[in-house]
Design a protein. Structure first.
Length: 98
């Protein structure tokens, strides 16, 4: 299954994960939380699955989809959401093939 990963450096990864958990828990745009814990969130985006993990130094993002086109589309969607949330800290998502 095609997958992408990104490691976003931030000392406030736990804060961002908590914000994403709170926001995505409401199911905006048809999103569905599959599992959550204090250091991990797994979200069904419909066409892809997004896993977010926090460590003391970074936010680790993993995205996988059956379809490479859907993976590309969802990677843009996820990057935008994370960068918008972290705009004050200038967070940038740079995907790498997994």
């Amino acid at each position: 299954m095609p997958a992408l990963e990104a490691h976003v450096e931030t000392a406030r990864a736990d804060r961002y994960l908590a914000q994403l958990t709170s926001h995505l828990g409401h199911g905006p745009g048809g999103l569905r939380v599959l599992s959550e814990s204090p250091d991990e969130l797994v979200v069904d985006l419909g066409a892809a699955t997004w896993t977010i993990r926090s460590t003391p130094e970074q936010l680790m993002l993993h995205l996988e989809a059956d379809d490479p086109v859907a993976l590309e589309e969802q990677s843009n969607r996820v990057a935008h959401r994370v960068e918008q949330l972290g705009r004050r800290d200038d967070l940038r998502v740079s995907w790498q093939a997994s």
